[in-house]
Design a protein around this ligand. Structure first.
Ligand SMILES: Nc1nc2c(c(=O)[nH]1)N[C@H]1C(S)=C(S)[C@@H](COP(=O)(O)OP(=O)(O)OC[C@H]3O[C@@H](n4cnc5c(=O)[nH]c(N)nc54)[C@H](O)[C@@H]3O)O[C@H]1N2
Ligand SMILES: Nc1nc2c(c(=O)[nH]1)N[C@H]1C(S)=C(S)[C@@H](COP(=O)(O)OP(=O)(O)OC[C@H]3O[C@@H](n4cnc5c(=O)[nH]c(N)nc54)[C@H](O)[C@@H]3O)O[C@H]1N2
Ligand SMILES: [Mo]
Length: 717
């Protein structure tokens, strides 16, 4: 009996040895964990999936989604062949075509737009998937377009920009050495299950935990010594108020402030405008709770903060709220100190792994220039700080053609439901585009608007490069052949580069050559990585990051210091009115006229994570859908009682922009006046309710988690 057969027999007694265990990773959440999976394969099909015990990252653990990987891969709505549209855009009538024909049409149409307008008239867009991004972004640039954009227009980029303009880089929580963990909108149980262990260990060592959230979460229940259930969108005021307490009570680290920061006098004056009673009023928190939390964070150090990639920055005041929270870290001397927040640059695809790759060079060293990106005029800070177009301005530019027309979209995994007022975006794409290609695993509403649809395969059907915390790198091998005629996204891009004869030897050589170029210098090659079914320790890796390097070498900001008052924002044309200080504004400031307040009295928070769902990609996966079969909004029983809403009852949720029909779930876990609704449903897309211009002027991010709405019962029949 081979070692493998023995393992199978041990796991499934009596199993016949027609089953083989092959290793891959689950990419349903991306770029998050990418947990290692054992796929049990029989006759070319996956019959069972488990977490890989030997994997250095997830050590055998899998979340709800990963446990449903087999069900996800074999979904009935997989796209089987390349398709050409034969009906109206959006109608969903297609004919199958060959790959060669699909490539021929795409090459011809994209080149036509390039000749008739310009290469920039082709926008290249990626949905949530990260794994193919370096190849895709380079492809766009080599084609000649400045317009590569992605879901980063609504995800972690605002936080990254906030970090960069304030501190020169982001900095992760050093939980292993902290005495206090401040989980600002942290609920790892739902959004990042492997992170919870770090907090549990800290608690086991006697460390203290503060959780600040709008809902009473498992993190609040299981981890928090102090839980502050804050009014949504008021975090900026809380952070400034805490800073005032820290300064007034002598808890600030003034030596650190003096040596390593810039703009303290102005920042202190700003904080002075947030006395405790005012902050208590804005945030809905008790003064003593704010005081105790500020004291614990500032005096029980070293203390680290967990920042969310989305919760704060999904408010139209969110960019500065994030910066206000970040400033607490420098004020207390916890930035770049052991047990505080320690800069640790990403190695590959957002993952810090302690070694350097050439990902950024690969992505951007063929940037063509010669035109402004979409969104550059409207969101100048975004444009100056992030090398993608701001997709929240795509709709406007499609409609107006200003400053130049966008005539084609080439997309991988584009989900229009990600955009506020989705209906308007789809309408504009239908009317204004000469050509639209979408590549997806599944047939989606958005794909139905495409002229050519291409079938992509999943992580278990492809090989991909991935870095892991701890200094690891892997290049996976397919565990089954791609289903139907599906192909890996990167193979599609490299095939197209050859068919279109793009001027780039790397893309034409294929994905492995690109991956080898990216990892050159780390001491391993793709073919060496392929020899192991587990991630391999990279010789060049230095893990974990050593604290103090930034303090020693200087912050990567204009002043070389941590900037309470950000030079990069002060440099933006004053006509945009962007404040270099992390000042606070109301998160509903564009909706506060008396009529709107009266007609839409509820505060709508969309998309706070739940374990069974991830954007639009999990709702149609039967095992995951079974955990919450209907699109459901959460309402406090006090509001429900007043309005006569019943558990499980049908309601209409509506805003000035649109309306959806959903069921009601009553919960004490949110405050009265707040309604929670998950995003990504086709039949109840909550982004129809978010205004297309309800955007943060600093980042361009939509106020997904702060919008006015109302709710009413729908009568049956
Ligand atoms: N209201 C509201 N809206 C939100 C958010 C919110 O909190 N509230 N969150 C925002 C955030 S943070 C994010 S990150 C975005 C996510 O935004 P989306 O891009 O909408 O994410 P998904 O729906 O997961 O994925 C997009 C598409 O990728 C396809 N796909 C999956 N795997 C592959 C693959 O390997 N190749 C290809 N080509 N396609 C694939 C999926 O089938 C899906 O159709 O949503 C944003 N939108
Ligand atoms: N299961 C699952 N996991 C995911 C995802 C998913 O869709 N499903 N998406 C992945 C992606 S793309 C991202 S960006 C991350 C996001 O990861 P997180 O940032 O962790 O996700 P959220 O659940 O949006 O926000 C965290 C907490 O913030 C709270 N919150 C909402 N609004 C406010 C507010 O105004 N103030 C405060 N203080 N708290 C608030 C929510 O109740 C929630 O408990 O999650 C990733 N992980
Ligand atoms: Mo995200």
């Amino acid at each position: 009996m081979t070692e493998l057969e023995a393992k199978i027999k041990a796991k499934i007694p009596g199993a016949d040895t027609g089953i083989e265990v092959r290793r891959s990773l689950c990419a349903i959440c991306s770029p998050s964990h990418h947990c290692g999976v054992d796929c049990y394969v029989k006759d070319g099909a996956i019959v069972r999936v488990e977490g890989t015990q030997e994997h250095p990252y997830n050590h055998g653990k899998l979340c709800t989604k990963g446990s449903s990987l087999r069900n996800y891969v074999y979904r009935a709505d997989r796209i089987k062949t390349p398709l050409r549209r034969v009906g109206e855009r959006g109608e969903g009538a297609f004919e199958p075509i060959s790959w060669d024909e699909a490539y021929r049409v795409i090459a011809e149409k994209l080149n036509t737009v390039k000749e008739q307008y310009s290469p920039h008239a082709v926008a290249f867009f990626s949905g949530y998937c990260k794994w193919y991004r370096p190849v895709f972004q380079r492809f766009a640039h080599v084609f000649g377009s400045v317009n590569f954009g992605s879901d980063d227009s609504t995800c972690s980029a605002a936080k990254a920009i906030g970090d960069r303009v304030t501190a020169g880089s982001g900095a992760g929580p050093d939980m292993a050495h902290a005495n206090t963990f401040l989980g600002w909108n942290y609920d790892g149980y739902y959004s990042a299950h492997l992170s919870v262990q770090g907090v549990q260990k800290l608690k086991a060592r006697g460390g203290k935990v503060i959780i600040i959230d709008i809902r009473d979460t498992p993190a609040a229940k299981n981890l928090a010594d102090r839980f502050l259930q804050i009014n949504p969108g008021t975090d900026g005021a809380l952070a400034l108020g805490m800073a005032k307490l820290i300064i007034d009570n002598g808890w600030a680290d003034l030596d650190y402030v003096e040596k390593y920061t810039h703009g303290f006098t102005e920042y202190k004056a700003l904080c002075g405008q947030y006395p405790l009673d005012k902050v208590s009023e804005i945030t809905g928190l008790k003064g003593e709770d704010i005081y105790e939390a500020a004291k614990l964070y500032a005096t029980n150090g070293p203390a680290c903060i967990n920042y969310s990639a989305s919760a704060l920055v999904h408010h139209i005041n969110g960019f500065n709220s994030h910066r206000a929270v970040l400033c607490l870290s420098a004020l207390t001397g916890n930035f770049d100190r052991a047990g505080g927040n320690v800069p640790n640059p990403a190695t590959y695809l957002h993952k810090p792994a302690g070694f350097r790759t050439r990902e950024q060079e690969f992505r951007t060293n063929r940037y063509p220039g010669g035109q402004k990106r979409i969104g550059a005029e409207r969101f100048p800070l975004w444009d100056a700080q992030f090398n993608e177009f701001q997709a929240m301005d795509l709709l406007r530019q499609l409609e107006t053609g200003d400053p130049y027309p966008v005539k084609a979209v080439f997309a991988l995994g584009m989900n229009a439901k990600m955009f506020p007022q989705t209906d308007r975006l789809l309408e504009a794409m239908k009317e204004k585009l000469d050509f639209f290609v979408d590549t997806d695993v599944f047939m989606t509403t958005t794909a139905q608007y495409a002229d050519i649809v291409l079938p992509a395969c999943t992580s278990v059907e492809r090989g991909e490069l991935k870095a892991y915390q701890g200094g690891y790198l892997t290049f996976t091998k397919p565990v089954i052949r791609p289903l139907y005629e599906s192909r890996s996204d990167v193979d599609i891009l490299c095939d197209l580069a050859r068919v279109m004869d793009l001027d780039d030897g790397l893309l034409k050589q294929g994905y492995k050559a690109c991956a080898d170029w990216i990892i050159e210098g780390c001491g391993l090659t793709v073919s060496e990585l392929e020899k192991s079914e587990f991630p391999v320790k990279v010789p060049a890796a230095r893990w974990p990051a050593v604290p103090g390097k930034t303090l020693e070498n200087g912050f990567k900001t204009a002043t070389g210091k941590f900037e309470f008052c950000a030079t990069a924002i002060a440099d933006i044309d004053p006509k945009y009115g962007l404040d270099p200080l992390p000042s606070y504004r109301d998160s509903l400031e564009d909706q506060n006229d008396p009529q709107t307040r009266q007609d839409y009295p509820f505060y709508l928070c969309t998309g706070a994570r739940l374990p069974h769902a991830i954007h639009s990609r999990a709702h149609e996966t039967p095992w995951l859908r079974s955990l919450r079969p209907f699109p459901t909004c959460e309402v406090n029983p006090q509001d429900a009682g007043r309005l006569g809403l019943k558990e499980g009852g049908d309601v209409e949720l509506y805003s000035p922009y649109g309306s959806i029909r959903v069921k009601v779930k009553l919960t004490h876990k949110i405050k009265p006046g707040v309604i929670l609704m998950l995003h990504g449903y086709t039949e109840a897309n909550v982004n129809l309710l978010i205004g297309r211009d309800h955007l943060d002027p600093y980042s361009g991010f939509p106020g997904f988690k702060g919008m006015r709405c109302n709710i009413r019962t729908v009568q049956e029949g």
